[in-house]
Design a protein around this ligand. Structure first.
Ligand SMILES: [Zn+2]
Length: 230
């Protein structure tokens, strides 16, 4: 049955030539890659209990993202569970609604020209972002694995991982994310306090690698007991 809101949505879509979905083949290809990455992250314990969300830019002009719809078991993620959203998080393709955190993905895409944004809720990121919150971030330095971050060529690099206070008001939080990205150029990710990690990359492969590198380094800090000295 067609509801009034569906009808008005259809009219809105017809009234603007811009409001058309991006290339279907590109969308499906990206959705397939994101689903595979998501299932892998679930297997690592980084996105349990429907947590986390993943997106990738499928068109720049106009801006279109493929993104997980809300409330999904990431261990059984399929390409059909992805949505296409526009620059205001309106759904352009797919069933379901985007996570409230979609506006954070859009803020990151705009702030750092990311091609993909990945968000995890690991035990390490939850523990560390709580313990280090009063420092507003965590310094990662001296680790060989830092070289997995784009543009980093030596273990002597000092990576700053900002920590932002968590919120359920995503519009307010997206504003803070945008400001923090402006204040700390060159960071590869940030933590939301007792919530999880956001990281990104120019490509989806870069973003996936950044999750692996940052999750590895956070786990090292937790397991090595460095956290006790925070
Ligand atoms: Zn989250």
């Amino acid at each position: 049955m067609k509801t009034a809101s569906n009808r008005s949505k259809a009219i809105r879509m017809q009234s603007s030539k811009e409001r058309v979905p991006a290339n279907s083949a590109t969308f499906l290809q990206v959705a397939e890659s994101l689903a595979e990455i998501g299932r892998g992250f679930y297997a690592r314990g980084w996105v349990l209990g429907t947590s986390g969300n993943f997106s990738a830019v499928i068109s720049q002009e106009p801006l279109r993202l493929a993104i997980t719809s809300t409330g999904l078991d990431k261990g059984a993620l399929t390409p059909g569970q992805f949505l296409e959203i526009d620059e205001a998080a309106n759904v352009m393709r797919g069933d379901g609604r985007p996570s409230a955190e979609a506006v954070l993905h859009l803020a990151i895409v705009r702030g750092v020209s990311a091609g993909a944004v990945l968000h995890t809720h690991s035990v390490s990121s939850t523990v560390l972002s709580g313990m280090h919150a009063r420092h507003s971030g965590i310094a990662l330095e001296g680790y060989e694995m830092l070289k997995g971050l784009t543009g980093v060529a030596t273990h002597k690099h000092r990576e700053w991982l900002p920590i932002l206070e968590n919120s359920q008001d995503m519009v307010e939080l997206a504003d803070r994310v945008s400001s923090r990205l402006e204040q700390t150029p060159g960071v590869h990710g940030f933590l939301l306090q007792e919530h999880g990690l956001y990281t990104w990359g120019e490509s989806l492969a870069d973003a996936k690698r950044h999750v692996e590198i940052l999750e590895f380094l956070m786990e090292v800090l937790v397991r090595s007991g460095a956290i006790q000295n925070a």
